[in-house]
Design a binder for this molecule. Structure first.
Ligand code: ARG
Length: 458
């Protein structure tokens, strides 16, 4: 096939080089953005009198037809047409001849690809934002059912203080809320049009860059043509936002894997979201959670690929940058795969409230509250800490819990302890009395705020 850039070449490209160079295999998914960009460019060329109005109209109409044909699978892309940009341009020229050859006036593939990838990622980010929203909704509705589900909170993976499951779930709500806001913030920074930056130095044609930018939903234009064609910050930033999304999913998955182990038995995944073993008949494995945890690594890898790929590149465009696509597409695809399946896994799992509560009652999770009781009766906190420490040592020796120590024995540790001690260190009290903002006893308020936040998003 004759290349669109073939004029100065005497020999055809080596077949292996064509295969090596070509990106159509993975960049064809940007066909919609490529056509939208070309339509805006052609309209602008007509409006500015750079090409005739008739030519502009014919190009726009034909690009619309090509779009339909692609969507209905009637188009064959060619490896030796290299990428989505030249494949579509070639189809246009095949259909309308010389008129089609006018489309690329005042444009380079360098600003074209920079435009397409921006628009593609912008579109994908909308979908990811929606999925984050759905996941947050799932978290809040689960939290509503578990305001009274007492569980142990951990530090160092050791039982620390009792909390409720709702509070634990809302911790993840906060993480995904930040992810959502990072995505919105990302969009504000990346939403500038590189179209008109040309190969690297703009163009001598009187292009109306602001027109194409606003037609394509950008808030402005990239200020510097060199930067416009060679900036991939937005790709890296998105990969970083997605890495954090995956990190949050992965931490939660790690907990769910632990929680569904026989040792914890805090939750049981639905049959629909678990798998069995080919040899051990008793097994029910949390594969979904494990796979999400595993896939987190590949998204981190994508981020690293992008960072390393960019670090040594002189201005402006370099072919290395074609490598941005597989990495960021993989990150986007992975997150889009994980978010909904994770939300469904949450929605369908069974929480074993009694076992969770039992877990909270061992390990002296109410020891801080016992110390706080003494403080409220007038003892300095450090002394209270020491006193309760001794009570814990005694209880370990007697193999009992703090609330099983009779009052007369407690009074040997401190005479200020009276009958109300037992109520003060009940697990439910430990949770409900932590009612300052941000604490588990205030979780109903937190749920209310979370719901208000979600309503505003819609
Ligand atoms: N397929 C290329 C990419 O993804 C398009 C830009 C190529 N430009 C060039 N001058 N070779 O980066």
């Amino acid at each position: 096939m004759e290349k669109l850039w073939g004029g100065r070449f005497k020999a055809a490209t080596d077949k292996a080089v064509d295969d090596f160079n070509s990106s159509i295999r993975f960049d064809k998914r940007m066909y919609l953005q490529d056509i939208r960009g070309s339509i805006a460019h052609a309209e602008m060329l007509g409006k500015q009198g750079i090409i005739s109005k008739d030519d502009s109209a014919l190009i726009v109409k034909t690009l619309g037809e090509i779009l339909c044909d692609i969507e209905e699978d009637r188009v064959e892309f060619l490896i030796d047409a290299e990428d989505i940009h030249m494949n579509i341009e070639k189809i246009l020229i095949d259909r309308i001849g010389d008129v089609g050859k006018r489309l690329h006036t005042g444009r380079s593939r360098n600003d074209q690809v920079a435009l397409d990838i921006r628009m593609y990622l912008r579109d994908e980010s909308e979908q990811i934002a929606m999925m984050l929203d759905h996941l947050q909704t799932a978290l809040v509705s689960l939290a509503e059912n578990h305001v009274d589900t007492v569980m142990p909170g951990y530090t160092h993976m050791q039982k620390a203080q009792p909390i409720n499951l709702a509070h634990h779930l809302l911790a993840y709500f906060e993480m995904f809320k930040r992810d959502y806001s990072r995505l919105s913030d990302w969009k504000k920074r990346m939403n500038y049009s590189p179209l008109g930056c040309g190969a690297l130095a703009g163009t001598t044609y009187n292009l109306d860059r602001n027109y194409t930018a606003s037609e394509l939903g950008f808030i402005g234009i990239c200020n510097n043509s060199l930067d416009g064609v060679s900036d991939r910050d937005f790709v890296i930033e998105l990969a970083s936002v997605l890495s954090l999304v995956m990190m949050h999913l992965s931490r939660f998955c790690e907990e769910l894997i632990l929680w569904s182990s026989h040792e914890f038995s805090f939750v049981e995944m639905a049959d629909t979201h678990s798998t069995g073993s080919s040899i051990m008949p008793q097994k029910k494995n949390p594969d979904v959670a494990e796979l999400i945890r595993g896939k987190t690594g590949r998204v981190y890898g994508d981020l690293n690929t992008l960072l390393v790929m960019m670090k040594g590149l002189p201005l402006a465009y370099n072919k290395d940058m074609q490598e941005d696509k597989e990495a960021i597409f993989d990150a986007v695809d992975t997150v889009k795969l994980c978010l909904p399946v994770f939300a469904d896994m949450l929605r369908t799992m069974t929480v074993k409230k009694d076992i969770m509560k039992k877990g909270a009652s061992g390990g002296f999770t109410n020891a801080t509250d016992a110390a706080d009781y003494l403080v409220k009766k007038g003892m300095p906190f450090r002394d209270a800490h020491e006193t309760v420490g001794k009570m814990v040592a005694y209880a370990i020796e007697k193999n009992c819990s703090l609330d099983e120590i009779p009052l007369n024995v407690l009074n040997e540790f401190s005479t200020i302890i009276s009958d109300d001690f037992y109520q003060a260190i009940k697990l439910e009290t430990c949770v409900s009395e932590r009612k300052i903002p941000g604490a588990p006893g205030n979780v109903k308020e937190a749920i209310k705020e979370a719901k208000e936040y979600l309503e505003k998003l819609i």
